[in-house]
Structure formats: structure tokens, C-alpha cells
Design a binder for this molecule. Sequence first.
Ligand code: PMP
Length: 391
Amino acid sequence: MKQRKLLMIPGPIEFTPEVMASMSLPTTSHVAPNFIEVFGQAIERLRTVFRSPSGQPFVVAGSGTLAMDMAAANLVEPGDSALVVNTGYFSDRFGAILARYGSEVTHVRAPSIGAVPSLEDVEKALKSRSFKIMTITHVDTSTAVRTDVKSLAALGRAHGTLVIVDGVCSVAGEELAQDDWSIDLALTASQKALGVPPGLAVLVAGLRAIERFKARRSPVQNYYADWTEWLPIMRAYEERKPSYFGTPPVNLIWSLNVSLGQIVEEGMAARVTRHRRLSKAFKEAAAAMGFRQVPTGQEHAADTLTALYYPEGVDATILGRIGQFGVIVAGGLHPDIKARYFRVGHMGAVNDADILTVVGAIESGLATTSARTTSGTGLAACARSLYGGPT
Ligand code: PMP
């Protein structure tokens, strides 16, 4: 029997067997010809995944927070004004990082938790003064709120602002077209929809971001994150030449290339459609079981995860019960509502069976509480959404 539970949190996620197998290959030198080839290929494939033929990828050992840190360290100079389109916990984090590098930060906040700031409010802020940088959290993992990156980025560009997108919970799961949408820098981390164990910070910088970096008046205030060091390394790997600044996490990069190969083979459009279909099935099942989502409208609810308020008579102890039925889901994260909701991740290699299993485990968990039990209505709604049938 398999001694494991299904991991359905919003990162780390379940990885494919091929990705896991590649983690256990013998570690090579970081300048071994076969590793140089793998790293070079991974860099090229990232352009396809971010839909940024003109972009410069960076892959560095670290988590998503390092990717945010690297963006701010290289693109912010003391006194630069920054606008944060704020949809929750991770938008707050970007504000704090920008401030650490001397930025004057203004937040445009959503009117309530689970809502999105309106385009009008963002435009009003952009008109109020000139901002050097604007950050957008594509999917805030604390609220499962997805922003309209395409429209927001267009607004930012129209006002001459450099647009940075935190795509940690969106890249390779939600639709994102970096070049077509005029995004200057997008970033993510390996453990989410990219489908690789935690440990890689991944960024793709557009031409304007690289120009802004090259025009800096002051040195980058972070030694490890400095693109002055990393740019030649990324270019060398792509040209299949040996180079060194900091030792790359060889096994993780090997896995990244395997996962990117699988993602590119599936195709970005098909991948986004799969995430949308599975998210819809899970959300319809959740509604049938009596759950209300944290996002205040379906049009801004993410497809990579779902955030659900506990119904009357249910609290966080249900997470342990869901675990007893074989599935790990995540508790709340947004400090203001932490004890009132939980989160289910459904991104990456997720499939129909995973969705049916998590719905079954939640439904079984609910049956052990004093809440109204739903005896199969969640699973029925899920199967109907996935396969059609009587409504
Ligand atoms: N941004 C978002 C939207 C995230 O979901 C996360 C991680 N959950 C981060 C940034 C930070 O990433 P990490 O935990 O890998 O540092």
C-alpha cells in the first residue's frame, strides 16, 4: 500500500514521477557539459512558459520571496516611488520588500478582503503622481483572488510605470502572456504550478527592466541578488558555456528542465484550460457542500487554488479530519480571517482523480462535524461538472 496522503495545498504541490526521478540522478558538476545543456534548455523553455520571447530568464537557488527580493533589489533605487496593487498578504510582502530598498510605497487596496482594487482606483493613483514601479500579485495565495493583470499592466504602461508581476501562484497555471501584456518582469517559484520541489526562484525580465537595471545610478544593495553577477551566468548557460558565480542547485535545475519539458509538451493554452476545468469542478462541488468562497466574485477567483470559509458549526479542526481521509489541505493565511477559512491547491500535474479525492475527503470530514452533512452531493456536483450529466 502507498504510505502517503494526497497533497492538495497551494504549494508545494504533487510532482510528476518523472520530476521526482530526476531529483535522484547523480549530482554533476555545475560545469559538466550535460548539466550546461540542461540549464541552457531550461532557460529557453522558460520563455515559452512565461510567453516572453524577448525576456531574460533568471534561475537562482531560493524561494519565491528571493525572486521578489531580486526584482526589488535590481529595479529600485532609494527614493523611487512604487505602487502596490494590493490583494492580500503577498502584496503586503512586496510593499515591505520595496520599502527595504528605499522605495516610497503607496498601496491601492481592495475595498474588502476577497475583493480586487478597481481599475478606476488604480488609474486614479497612477494619475496622482508619477510612479517608477508598479507591482501586481497575479494570484494572492492568501485570498485566492486573481487580478486582471492584462488590464492593470496596460494601465501601468500607459503611465510609463515599470510593471512587475508576482506570478508565484499563477505562472504555468493561469493565463499569462508577459510580452503581449507588456509586463516588464514576472516572477515565480519552483514549488507551485511550475511543478518542481521548493528551492528555485525564477524571474523573466523584459527589455525595459534590463534597461532600467543598466541605467542604475547606485549599486545593487544585495550581493547575492545582483544581476551584475547573474546576467553573465544566465547568458553563458544559454550559450552552452561554463561559468560560475554561486553554485547552482544542480538536481533542482535538472528537475526544472524535466517539468518545463512536460509543460511545453502539454502546451500553455491546454494547461490553462485544464486548470480552469478542474478549478470549476472543485468550486461547484464546494458550493454544493455549502461552502462560500473568500473571493467576492467568480470573475476574480483563481484557478490555481480555492479559498473557502468554514460553514456554521465547522472550524479548523476539520483539516485534521480531512487528513484522516487521506488528503492534506491548507489552513488560512490572511491574518484578518485566518481562523475562518481554509485553502485547497489544485495546480500543476493535478488531475480529475485528485479533485474527486479531495472533494470526497472534505465531504467525509464534514460528515464528522455538527454541520449539515451533504452525503454525496459534493461528489455528485464534481462529477457532473467534470463529465456532464443531469443537473
Ligand atoms: N507570492 C505569492 C503569491 C505566493 O503564493 C508565495 C508563496 N506562497 C510567495 C510570493 C512567496 O514564495 P515563497 O514561499 O516560495 O518564498
